[in-house]
Design a protein around this ligand. Structure first.
Ligand SMILES: Cc1ncc(COP(=O)(O)O)c(C=O)c1O
Length: 478
């Protein structure tokens, strides 16, 4: 898979094979007369300012499958097939599918391909809305698993294997267990224990590992569900793995009992029929990079930068970090911090306005920093300096806790099934009048895409602080 290449300085380095990247390079270097889509034809038919911004080269390689010997996505042929096979090998999967429209597409395809009307699916309440959209399509019903709540941090915690077992004992007719690991803030559940429970009850396990792409490539990061007994895993390569926005992977695990053909058919229906070769090449490139010595070093650096940041945060008086020493594990590269003086949202805006720093996200209590493979040590040093300044500054004059809540942590009261209520007749009412009514819509703001309300759930006073941006809500018609 790897070739040893000699550069002009006679230094040797390993180049990992990337078939789509190679094929796209060939197409770029040997252009044909083009009478097919995309109609901008290498950028000639677009706004010059846009072409200047992103570059002529980017527009020249903006093509779709079927042309220039680049292979097809559905069915996978040529370089695309080869790239998917190399990805499966790199991640240790039985089969890997490249996804456009992010991990959302993977979750939709898993739900559509593997679940049916009325089937019960155990899933955690803080799952991404795409899993629930998939269940609206298939008609399956979520059976809610309520993870631990870390109240003082205002975030969801880990899922306990005993809670999964309890639900499986109480419900003999569960078709699937579908969990999210890690949480958005990096809290890690014991997937091995959960997969053992699933095997005991002969129920397949899907793990939404959207935020865990790097785990397969570094020993200091937690183990991926691909090696812990899951049946399918979804990775948002674009989130932390280095591919372009919107590109992800869906892995079917070795020894899985899932119907792969059915998932593939669903993917074909859900995917665009004009897949972007640039996005597919970026998945191929990301996998090749992560496997290469260069990529390995970048992950090591991301881990070391995170450790450095964490050491420095520990020296601060008023800023604290979520650590993995309370009986659960965390992904070291996801640093969730909170301040004694400021709300998470306030801290976020100080970093942004006063220091030109943008973090991943913020909630009422704290904010999330990602130590990425593309970050440098000096990025981290700058962030540390800014946090040190904030730590020493007296913000009492501007300190406030907002009335708004950003991280939904409610236990749902279900009155109707998800699909039935989604397709029921609805009416739009003012938010205050919605209390006591049944929701007809999905309300799940991104990030993190965790549901505040789902169709079929009773709307209560407790929902209102999460809904400050909403004047009206769609409810089931009486
Ligand atoms: C846990 C989880 N799953 C799935 C998704 C969807 O991923 P994508 O943005 O790649 O479609 C997200 C997005 O934030 C997520 O947090």
């Amino acid at each position: 898979m790897t070739d040893v290449i000699k550069n002009t300085r006679k230094k040797t380095y390993k180049k990992v094979k990337a078939p789509i990247v190679e094929a796209l390079k060939q197409a770029y270097e040997h252009p044909s007369f083009q009478f097919h889509i995309p109609g901008h034809t290498r950028g000639n038919g677009t706004l010059p300012e846009f072409r200047k911004l992103i570059g002529k080269k980017a527009l020249t390689v903006d093509t779709t499958d079927e042309f220039d010997g680049l292979g097809t996505l559905h069915p996978a042929t040529g370089p695309i097939k080869e790239a998917q096979e190399l990805a499966a090998k790199a991640f240790g999967a039985e089969k890997t599918f490249f996804l456009l429209n992010g991990s959302t597409a993977g979750n939709l395809a898993l739900a559509m391909g593997l679940t049916k009307q009325g089937q019960k699916i155990i899933t955690n309440r803080n799952c991404h809305r795409s899993i629930l959209t998939g269940m609206i399509i298939s008609g399956a019903d979520p059976l809610w698993l309520i993870p631990k709540r870390f109240e003082e941090w205002g975030i969801w915690g880990n899922i306990e294997a005993e809670d999964v077992e309890k639900l499986l004992q109480e419900n003999q007719d569960v078709s699937l267990v579908w969990i999210t690991n890690p949480t958005y803030e990096g809290v890690v559940s014991d997937v091995k224990a959960i997969s053992q429970v699933c095997k005991k009850y002969k129920v397949p396990l899907i793990v939404d590992e959207a935020h865990a792409t790097l785990w397969d490539f570094n020993k200091h990061l937690p183990e991926s569900a691909l090696t812990l007994g899951a049946d399918a895993v979804v990775h948002s390569l674009h989130k932390t793995g280095g591919s372009m926005s919107q590109s992800s992977m869906l892995h079917i695990c070795k020894g899985s009992c899932l119907d792969i053909a059915s998932v593939e058919k669903a993917l074909k229906l859900l995917h665009t029929t004009s897949p972007s070769l640039m996005l597919l090449a970026s998945l191929d490139a990301a996998r090749a990079n992560l496997e290469s010595p260069r990529g390995q070093k970048q992950i090591e650096k991301a881990v070391n930068n995170a450790k450095y940041l964490r050491r420095e945060i520990d020296k601060l008086k008023t800023i604290h970090q979520l650590k993995g020493d309370f009986g659960y594990k965390t992904d070291v590269t996801k640093i969730f911090i909170k301040s004694d003086k400021l709300s998470g949202k306030r801290l976020e805006s100080i970093l942004e306005i006063d220091f030109n720093i943008e973090v991943e996200s913020a909630t009422d209590n704290g904010l999330l920093i990602l130590s990425n493979i593309g970050n440098t040590k000096s990025d981290m040093e700058y962030l540390v300096k800014c946090l040190q300044k904030i730590d020493k500054t007296d913000y009492n004059d501007i300190c406030y806790m907002e009335n708004r809540k950003h991280m939904p942590m409610l236990t749902p009261q279900i009155k109707m099934s998800l699909r039935e209520s989604y397709y029921s007749e609805k009416e739009t009412v003012n938010k205050e009048q919605a209390v006591g009514r049944i929701s007809g819509e999905v309300i799940a703001e991104c990030p993190p895409g965790i549901s505040i309300l789902l169709p079929g759930e009773l709307i209560t006073e407790a929902h209102l602080p999460y809904l400050l941006d909403y004047e009206t809500i769609d409810v089931i018609k009486k």
